[in-house]
Design a protein. Structure first.
Length: 184
């Protein structure tokens, strides 16, 4: 367990170090520079979280398979079956905090989501990310602990929700990375 917490700490440090190096190269002090750092940190966090979520989904039952845990070949061994989802959840929490800070700065300083600057496709992608980030934690928690709504842990409800959660995560990462690329 300590080894995986070290991995989590390393991932957090990586996100922050990339953001800091980008900030050091930024010539414009103020909200634009801070916004760039937050956007890149959030994008990095989203990519790491999505990667971890993919691994967690490969281990657990989804609509695609029974999962590698059921087959006896889980990624990261026993920890992949009974602990890795917690690490994924912690990274998701960090990413949600970064996203919230990014959007808060955008609302406060830049008339979110860049109205009159990037067009309606950019605005639509920004809203997809916003709505997805609001709903994704609920889906993830319900997929991990479906008993709170009376469903079975590895039943159909959990499998469907886990699959939806996975693809919603991909949509969120995709739309955020696209809007970040447009902004930069």
């Amino acid at each position: 367990m300590k080894r995986y917490l070290g991995l989590f700490a390393t991932l957090v440090a990586l996100c922050l170090s990339v953001a800091t190096s980008v900030r050091a190269q930024d010539e414009e002090p103020g909200p634009r520079g801070a916004h760039k750092v937050l956007q890149l940190s959030t994008a990095g966090g989203m990519i790491i979280t999505a990667t971890m979520g993919t691994i967690a989904a490969m281990n657990q039952p989804t609509l695609f398979s029974e999962g590698r845990c059921a087959a006896g070949t889980p990624i990261f061994g026993e920890y992949g079956c009974h602990g890795f989802s917690t690490l994924h959840g912690l990274m998701a929490l960090l990413t949600t905090v970064l996203y919230t800070a990014t959007v808060t700065l955008e609302f406060a300083a830049f008339d979110w989501p860049g109205r009159d600057r990037h067009g309606s496709a950019y605005e639509a992608a920004s809203y997809v990310t916003l709505v997805g980030m609001a709903l994704q934690p609920i889906g993830g928690l319900l997929a991990a602990v479906p008993e709170v709504v009376g469903a079975e842990r590895n039943g159909t409800f959990s499998r469907v929700l886990r699959t939806i959660h996975l693809f919603t995560g991909y949509a969120i990462v995709g739309t955020f990375v696209v809007t970040t690329a447009i902004e930069l």
